[in-house]
Design a protein around this ligand. Structure first.
Ligand SMILES: [Zn+2]
Length: 74
């Protein structure tokens, strides 16, 4: 008995999720990297937003650390 639970319908090509806009609120820029715009892709990598573009509870704290790092780099 073989149960066919796996439906690989999206195989055979690039599985690309098409997001028109960056999901971070009030952004609305065109998504260029993993559904985020350039800036918010960095945010996502730094943990400032999650995959859905939602901010964590300690966003302010993380954001300040992020800005501080950014300043020292730039
Ligand atoms: Zn964005």
């Amino acid at each position: 008995m073989v149960k066919k639970n796996n439906s690989h319908q999206s195989q055979g090509g690039n599985v690309v999720q098409m997001f028109e806009c960056c999901p971070v609120d009030t952004c609305g820029k065109k998504a260029v990297r993993s559904a985020f715009c350039e800036k918010h892709f960095v945010w996502f990598k730094k943990g400032l937003v999650n995959r859905k573009g939602e901010k964590p509870k300690d966003f302010d704290k993380k954001h300040q650390i992020y800005l501080r790092h950014n300043q020292s780099v730039a």
